[in-house]
Design a protein around this ligand. Structure first.
Ligand SMILES: Nc1ncnc2c1ncn2[C@@H]1O[C@H](COP(=O)(O)OP(=O)(O)O)[C@@H](O)[C@H]1O
Ligand SMILES: [Mg+2]
Length: 119
């Protein structure tokens, strides 16, 4: 019996921009088992990042349910969400989100060279 690590039912995400309401995710049903590899494909603007943000607990759905390791994510306080982000989910970003490879030429750390007592 495969171990289900992620389950979504009728998941909807709506953005409200001023007067306009845009339904981006229109009722996603998804199950992922341990060991699965999955690609999310679609044209630009189709909602891939929106879905990834919800999977990564960076955002919450407007309606529907999202279970991660059997836990309903919607009901968790922010401190628990940050623990999940820290311990259970890893993202590799397309741009790697690393600092540019530059020598530091701007402001230095204000405490640089200051002993503990002087901070
Ligand atoms: N924070 C936001 N506020 C309002 N609209 C958003 C926001 N994020 C994404 N959208 C809109 O949702 C749609 C899907 O965007 P997105 O998930 O980034 O698509 P993709 O990653 O597939 O290119 C787009 O129309 C985008 O403009
Ligand atoms: Mg995207």
């Amino acid at each position: 019996m495969p171990e289900k690590i992620l389950a979504m039912q009728s998941l909807v995400k709506t953005y409200i921009m001023g007067e306009e309401e845009q339904v981006v995710l229109k009722g996603i049903d998804l199950e992922i088992n341990r060991g699965d590899f999955l690609s999310v494909l679609g044209p630009s603007g189709s909602g891939k990042s929106t879905l990834m943000n919800i999977i990564g607990c960076l955002d919450v759905p407007t309606s529907g349910s999202y279970y991660l390791s059997g836990e309903l994510i919607r009901d968790l306080p922010e401190v628990d969400l940050s623990h999940i982000r820290n311990r259970e989910i890893g993202f590799i970003f397309q741009q790697f989100q690393l600092l540019p490879r530059k020598r530091t030429a701007g402001p230095q750390c204000p405490y640089s060279g200051t002993g503990g007592a002087g901070r």
